[in-house]
Design a protein around this ligand. Structure first.
Ligand code: SF4
Ligand code: SF4
Length: 459
């Protein structure tokens, strides 16, 4: 099959994959780690340790706080020093477990050998149990607990598992490195998830600008010989990694407003999640580490890295180990330039989903002077969700929540394509993101009221 892509909107920003040739290096351990209890979508985890406790690498330190939540494990060995709120990236206080690092003693149940394990357990419940027990969450950005996503609700069936290797955000190279350095583990992880989903079809989608990754994953698929897994080359286009866009590209199916991938028979997982599933199921290794890219524009090659980091390491430590903050950095972002979050607190710690530390120069961050909308429609043409950003912007300014909901502000995936395309430099993304938050608040309140009314009626 030839190259495919999604059918609506999208943009073509410059790649800027400057760190693509940087092999994965292991980041040294700091003296102290701070492990956040909020590093997945859903309810915060509940700590199971107390100050003074000794912990080993991989030991459970927090349990899920609800159905949509995840276990958290100690990324280091040492002594728990405290459990207290600490500021996250945005500067909001979040509960963290502070651990003083002593040595590097691992839970002996973890298989730390480099041996590839290709025999997949037959028991679906056992596989899901291991994924849950190892705290695996989606590492493509959403951090949704993986065991929940792999358990379709009654009446829904997945006929296709899509593994997302598009890595369409500029600058990011961690997915690329995992695909070329650990392709077989990624493919075994995909086969494990395929088995959980009753042997459905599996497609690994990779953008055309990563020929080495396409070759490596294709070779692994051919060598391992699992049935019904294929690699699909995608045309380079942002935001191809969005779930709805990837499903459109690969399966030509449209997920409707407010719908989920499973509504059209699809489950999407990232390549790094696939790797984490492999480690959980085949090596009994919890999600205590991930890969992040340190990169930026106008920075020397020696400051560019792809690090295997332990979760809970402060961002300031990552930057120090990577050679320090470059003089040219006007802004530091956690994640990519399109969907990442500005770092307002350098002491914030890494979490399961941390994908990058990005330094942007003054030229890259300079906001052009905003002018009036000229009704050119470029923002609507670029929107991959079929929204009308100019209209949503107007409704946001008028604080018309009813009309915002009617015009599907809640469907915005915050990709930034509208902002990127607007010749009037209107801060569309900022406004629509805020509008979406307000509309979501209304929708949630309405759902809670309806639930309460239904329960009252039953009594
Ligand atoms: S940020 Fe939202 S409104 Fe703007 S292009 Fe992306 S999905 Fe559309
Ligand atoms: S791209 Fe900007 S100027 Fe053009 S219609 Fe949209 S908001 Fe208006």
């Amino acid at each position: 099959m030839g190259k495919v892509t999604f059918s609506r909107g999208g943009i073509h920003p410059r790649d800027c994959k400057y760190a693509r040739e940087c092999a994965i290096e292991e980041l040294p351990l700091p003296k102290t780690v701070y492990v956040s209890m909020v590093q997945h979508l859903g309810a915060p985890a509940k700590p199971l340790v107390a100050p003074g406790d000794s912990v080993k690498v991989g030991q459970v330190i927090a349990e899920p706080g609800g159905f949509i939540s995840a276990f958290i494990h100690s990324p280091v060995s040492g002594t728990v020093k405290g459990i207290a709120p600490r500021k996250n990236l945005a500067g909001d206080p979040v509960m963290h477990v502070e651990i003083a690092v002593e040595g590097d003693e691992w839970d002996p149940a973890i298989d730390r050998s480099g041996d590839l394990v290709t025999d997949i357990p037959d028991d679906k419940a056992l596989i899901l149990g291991r994924i849950k027990a190892c705290g695996v969450v989606g590492l493509g950005g959403a951090t949704f607990p993986t065991h929940v996503k792999l358990s379709p609700p009654p009446g829904k069936v997945a006929d296709c598992l899509i593994i997302n290797g598009s890595e369409c955000e500029p600058f990011l190279t961690s997915d690329y490195r995992i695909m070329i350095e650990r392709p077989k583990e990624v493919v075994v992880g995909a086969a494990i998830m395929q088995k959980v989903l009753d042997g459905c079809h599996c497609v690994i989608g990779i953008e055309e600008n990563k020929p080495e990754a396409i070759a490596a994953i294709r070779a692994a698929v051919a060598e391992l010989g699992y049935p019904d897994i294929r690699v699909q080359v995608l045309r380079k286009r942002y935001p191809q990694g969005g779930e709805k866009q990837l499903i459109d590209a690969v399966l030509h199916r449209q997920v409707g407003s407010g719908g989920l991938p499973i509504d059209v028979g699809a489950v999407v997982q990232n390549v790094t999640t696939s790797f984490a599933v492999y480690e959980a199921v085949q090596k009994n290794k919890p999600l205590i580490s991930n890969i992040l890219t340190v990169t930026g524009d106008k920075i020397p090659a020696k400051l560019q890295h792809n690090y295997l980091f332990r979760i809970g390491v402060p961002l300031s430590f990552v930057m120090e180990q990577a050679g320090g903050i470059p003089d040219t950095a006007a802004k530091i972002v956690s994640g990519g330039p399109m969907m990442g979050k500005a770092v307002s607190n350098l002491d914030a710690t890494t979490v399961k989903g941390t994908a990058a530390v990005l330094y942007l120069s003054e030229a890259a961050t300079r906001r052009q002077k905003e002018s009036h909308c000229i009704r050119c429609g470029k923002c609507a043409d670029a929107c991959p969700m079929g929204l009308e950003p100019f209209l949503l912007n107007r409704l946001y300014k008028a604080a018309d929540l009813e009309a915002l909901e009617k015009n599907a502000a809640q469907d915005c995936i915050e990709c930034g394509c509208c902002l990127y395309s607007c010749p009037a430099h209107i801060p569309l993304l900022d406004h629509i993101r805020q509008a979406k938050g307000q509309v979501m608040g209304v929708i949630r309140a309405r759902a809670a009221a309806a639930k309460a009314a239904a329960e009252a009626k039953k009594q």
